[in-house]
Design a protein around this ligand. Structure first.
Ligand code: G
Ligand code: G
Ligand code: MN
Ligand code: NA
Length: 250
């Protein structure tokens, strides 16, 4: 049996779940939001990482149904359990380009009654590589609905400042590759400072990913970064553990 066939059944069998990782305001240490991260617990193979199965879902077209499930689940949790947090979901470029994408998004909001402004979609800059016109059309449609849009993994891949001019992203997520080298490499520190200054000038929130050490936090604070996400604040957690963490956060 292929991983693709297994994945097709996983959705139906309820083997997929979401973990939640907090985003924390650097100035106040308040929790501002959470990122939903997909997990697959296979009955025999155990945990399979999204880095492995998301590409399979993309190739097989299953990304449409999988993404729709993630969004609906995130909307339900945002509505019922996380009323004060912005809830972020990852949207793959291939998912965003699908013909049924906008209908699925509208259905999730209609069925849950959640305001679209409660949801942020994290999209990587590779979305502009194949069919930039369709990508832009769908991004603008999301924005008109009131969904917030984050540019994920910024600074890696085919990164170009040009992308920041093509669409008014609400949030810029600084890739953890830069954060990892923040204390050891002057160039990483200079790049992060410049990215944050640019984002602030353009009116975008900045979220630094992969923050593990207090000293990294301090550099980010001095750079003017607004939020961090990373093991220093919290790991991605099952919902019950996130709620427990929230109940004695501050
Ligand atoms: O949580 P983890 O570090 O294992 O995530 C690995 C990668 O999988 C990350 O790049 C993350 O963006 C991606 N990912 C996690 N959840 C989802 C999801 O629901 N949809 C998509 N398309 N990608 C996801
Ligand atoms: O590509 P994306 O940013 O969506 O991926 C998020 C992934 O980063 C999650 O799979 C999560 O497990 C991982 N992650 C989150 N915080 C940290 C951290 O502080 N250190 C490391 N090494 N990984 C992290
Ligand atoms: Mn992400
Ligand atoms: Na990211």
């Amino acid at each position: 049996v292929t991983i693709e066939a297994e994945l097709r059944q996983a959705l139906a069998r309820g083997e997929l779940s979401l973990h939640w990782q907090p985003k924390v305001d650097i100035a106040t240490w308040q929790m501002r939001g959470v990122e939903a991260l997909l997990r697959w617990n296979h009955p025999e193979l155990g945990a399979i990482s999204p880095g492995e199965f998301v590409p399979v879902a993309e190739k097989s077209g299953l990304i449409g149904d999988m993404g729709a499930w993630v969004l609906k689940e995130a909307c339900r949790v945002a509505r019922d359990q996380l009323p004060d947090l912005l809830v972020s979901v990852n949207v793959s470029p291939l998912q965003l380009m699908r013909e049924d994408f906008l209908a699925d998004v509208e259905a999730a909001f209609a069925e849950t009654g959640l305001s679209p402004s409660r949801i942020e979609m994290e999209i990587t800059e590779s979305v502009f590589m194949d069919d930039a016109a369709t990508a832009l059309r769908n991004l603008h449609a999301l924005k008109r609905l009131g969904v917030q849009i984050a540019l994920d993994d910024f600074g890696t891949g085919y990164s170009a400042f040009q992308y920041l001019r093509r669409f008014p992203f609400d949030t810029l997520k600084i890739d953890r590759a830069f954060v990892r080298e923040l204390l050891t490499h002057h160039d990483a520190r200079a790049i992060v400072r410049t990215i944050v200054a640019l984002a602030n000038t353009l009116g975008m929130r900045t979220v630094a990913e992969g923050v593990e050490e207090p000293a990294q936090l301090e550099v980010l604070r001095q750079a003017g970064c607004s939020e961090i996400q990373g093991f220093l604040a919290a790991r991605p957690l099952p919902l019950e553990r996130l709620l427990a963490l929230m109940s004695n956060w501050n």
